[in-house]
Design a protein around this ligand. Structure first.
Ligand code: PRP
Ligand code: MN
Ligand code: MG
Length: 179
């Protein structure tokens, strides 16, 4: 598995430091709001887990599984809900936790769904942002790192469902996905 990584982009320590920073920020802004923190499965599961441990105010969690089709390195633009939320979002301050924003299609779809369900506020926290690939107008409210247009894996991010369990984020060797 480690053989497939060309270069480590962010070490475990760098990721933890950034997640702590984001958690501290959210702790201030969501004090007394009892936010509903939504993890976008599967990619955001590790980020979500580390992030909420760095938020020091009361909150609730829920999970939503959304996927663009297939295991290709490109988003297809077709978003489907594989698992919906367990609780209503009406009247709630919602924080959507995403691992990465690429085209922005997954998030714009999700935001649209939550707006129609009358969330009181919706904020997006994304660990990684690839603005070069954006096809819709969307900016995260809280962002970890802006990254170049390279195929990154680890810390929840996959290629064909692999590499999610790496504790760091690395660039995948092109030969892994080019054949
Ligand atoms: C990845 C990633 C984001 C989305 C970003 O999820 O985790 O959710 O794509 O791409 P976009 O901005 O172009 O929509 P994926 O669909 O691969 O599902 P996964 O989280 O289960 O890996
Ligand atoms: Mn995802
Ligand atoms: Mg994926």
């Amino acid at each position: 598995m480690l053989n497939d990584i060309q270069e480590v982009l962010y070490s475990e320590e760098e990721l933890q430091a950034k997640v702590a920073e984001l958690g501290a920020q959210l702790s201030v802004e969501y004090a007394d709001k009892n936010p509903l923190v939504i993890c976008v499965l599967k990619g955001a599961f590790i980020f979500m887990s580390d992030l909420v441990q760095n938020i020091t105010v009361p909150l609730e969690l829920d999970f939503m599984a959304v996927s663009s089709y297939g295991s290709s390195t490109k988003s297809s633009g077709v978003v489907k809900i594989l698992k919906d939320l367990d609780v209503p979002v009406e009247g709630r301050h919602v924080i959507i936790v995403e691992d990465i924003i690429d085209s922005g299609l997954t998030l714009s779809y999700l935001i649209d769904v939550l707006e129609r369900r009358n969330a009181l506020s919706i904020a997006v926290v994304a660990l990684f942002d690839k603005p070069k690939r954006r096809t819709v107008d969307l900016e995260p409210d809280y962002k970890g790192f802006t990254i170049p247009d390279e195929f990154v894996v680890g810390y929840g991010l996959d290629y064909a469902e692999k590499y999610r369990n790496l504790p760091f984020v690395g660039i995948l060797k092109p030969e892994i996905y080019s054949h």
